[in-house]
Write a protein of this length. Structure first.
Length: 161
């Protein structure tokens, strides 16, 4: 099985159409949003401040994520970092290690876009135990105290380079 993380702009027309059918489980949508919201954010980004990435499995998009960098960093992020947002694995492909594959490929993809990065950051809902376990297994560490986010308490995590 061939898996690779590619920038959104490198997707061909068919892959972009396939990406539109990416679905997350209803209980996950509250945390990650959906593909339409993520693509809207990407389309309305400051030049170079937000990048989209699709995880391709046998050339078909099965996951998507956004990375934000200055000038689009959220207020909780530290300078010199990019932040992870809207990580979504298609519900039809969950349980196959694709979230792990995204996270493993992410540092090199981020450094390719922004070579000066010190690391990656994210905020995850404190109740999203599945995501917390995934991030911790991939080497992310908690960075600071939980804070009140849009849906509840968020935990800030960092992956240093």
């Amino acid at each position: 099985m061939t898996i690779c993380l590619v920038p959104y702009e490198q997707l061909d027309r068919q892959q972009r159409a396939q990406l539109l059918s990416l679905e997350v489980r209803p209980e996950q949508k509250a945390f990650s949003g959906d593909i339409h919201g993520a693509l809207y954010t990407l389309g309305h980004a400051s030049q170079g401040g937000i990048k989209g990435f699709a995880l391709l499995c046998e050339q078909r998009p099965v996951a998507f994520l956004l990375l934000k960098h200055a000038p689009c960093l959220p207020t909780w992020a530290e300078a010199g970092h990019a932040t992870l947002h809207a990580l979504q694995v298609d519900r039809r492909f969950q349980g196959q290690g694709l979230g792990t594959a995204c996270l493993q490929a992410l540092p090199s993809a981020a450094l390719h876009e922004w070579p000066q990065l010190k690391g990656l950051m994210l905020a995850v809902d404190a109740d999203n135990q599945a995501a917390l376990k995934l991030y911790l297994r991939q080497g992310w560490v908690e960075d600071g105290e939980a804070y009140k986010g849009r849906m509840g308490y968020e935990r800030r995590m960092v992956l240093a380079f």
